[in-house]
Design a protein around this ligand. Sequence first.
Ligand SMILES: Cc1cc2nc3c(=O)[nH]c(=O)nc-3n(C[C@H](O)[C@H](O)[C@H](O)COP(=O)(O)OP(=O)(O)OC[C@H]3O[C@@H](n4cnc5c(N)ncnc54)[C@H](O)[C@@H]3O)c2cc1C
Length: 387
Amino acid sequence: MGSYGNTDFDLFRTTEEHELLRESVRGLAEAKIAPLAAAVDEEARFPQEALDALVAADLHAIHVPEEYGGAGADALATVIVIEEVARACASSSLIPAVNKLGSLPLILSGSEELKRRYLPPLAKGDVLFSYCLSEPDAGSDAAGMKTRAVRDGDHYVLNGVKRWITNAGHSEYYTVMAVTDPDKRSKGISAFVVEKSDEGVSFGAPEKKLGVKGSPTREVYLDNVRIPADRMIGEEGTGFAIAMRTLDHTRITIAAQALGIAQGALDYAKGYVAERKQFGRPIGDFQGVQFMLADMAMKLEAARQLTYAAAARSERGDGDLTFFGAAAKCYASDAAMEITTDAVQLLGGYGYTRDYPVERMMRDAKITQIYEGTNQVQRIVMARNLP
Ligand SMILES: Cc1cc2nc3c(=O)[nH]c(=O)nc-3n(C[C@H](O)[C@H](O)[C@H](O)COP(=O)(O)OP(=O)(O)OC[C@H]3O[C@@H](n4cnc5c(N)ncnc54)[C@H](O)[C@@H]3O)c2cc1C
């Protein structure tokens, strides 16, 4: 697996290794994840079987560097894993995606000691890692957060509520952004590792969502949570910058999720129009249908090229990563929304029922326009970082 640690891939092409990885993830996703996707959605339950299959194949947190026991996958390999899992089941694709989101602050800015403590269990598949930025009153304006971390000797004491936390309750570790100096707004925020077993950590009821129903989203309550000061990631006051730098990289994984969902919908629609007959012939014979499929495939491929170009920038740490990460997430998620909506259209009345997978894909696609910053926020980020 170490061979995926390749920084030389071309901006617009995958390597043979990446394509072999895609083939193997697709095989695993079709055999072990796709058959459960409808039930996971219908019952709004955690896709444990998907987690088990991903851990067994070492694909659950493929981004963790080799020196911490991980596979050391590059950003594009991680995109391909998420894309192929999302093609089968969007909820399951949040396992590798959020493991990266939760642990990247540590990988980018944590002390060696913290990395040695928290990354190997993630790489082994013993734990999941969540990311706690959003709050009930601080979403797009994340710097307006209220969660406090107050120094007390060799410890910090955390109090507050984090909202919409993916995998909350299932994750053992949480990167939590909290205010250490309320006078400094974004420069008064610090990042910490909080453990599920820390006294004072508890969780709200699972949110009842439109899509990604198999991915648990809950509030995280921090009630006088006393943690050692060395659990701080980076320096005091750098937490917001770390959180934003993390999103530059991980928005590309949301773009990957959008690509996978859209590819799943396009593949299904392609098969359907070849079978479904009206006016005495397959509906795929009609030019009006063919043009829709052509547009869907065109938008998907454009989104894929932009996402892979962004992944190359993430891997190299290029100066224009912030623009590319936001652009890839925004473009791919808008494309996924259009493509999945068109897939429902191509299935007619059948597409509108839960007997077919495309309505689930349309519901799942919607979240990719919202989280890790709404697409309005992505446009703000792009406008401030024009290439
Ligand atoms: C299923 C799910 C999983 C999530 N997982 C996580 C997670 O693991 N960790 C985490 O920290 N967060 C997570 N989130 C939170 C997510 O990132 C936020 O919901 C998102 O950033 C938007 O914040 P908000 O919901 O408060 O909306 P608001 O910020 O209230 O936005 C409402 C509307 O106003 C628009 N708006 C706001 N400000 C502006 C502006 N300046 N210009 C133009 N339009 C604007 C927004 O685009 C949006 O359309 C998750 C959310 C969901 C639904």
